[in-house]
Design a protein. Structure first.
Length: 52
């Protein structure tokens, strides 16, 4: 199934390389992507605060 330009999910963050969590709103679903690959996405105080 091909997505139109309006259906393509958008990731939002101030700076994708610096953001510890990315958010994508896809209709009624919100996807949260942990973005700490160097720490293997281990939970930090900052990441836990971002999840709240």
């Amino acid at each position: 199934m091909m997505q139109t330009a309006q259906e393509v999910p958008r990731m939002t963050a101030q700076s994708p390389t610096d953001a510890i969590m990315l958010r994508a709103d896809r209709g009624a679903v919100t996807w949260l992507t942990l973005n700490r690959p160097a720490a293997r996405n281990a939970l930090s105080l900052g990441l836990m605060a971002a999840l709240e």
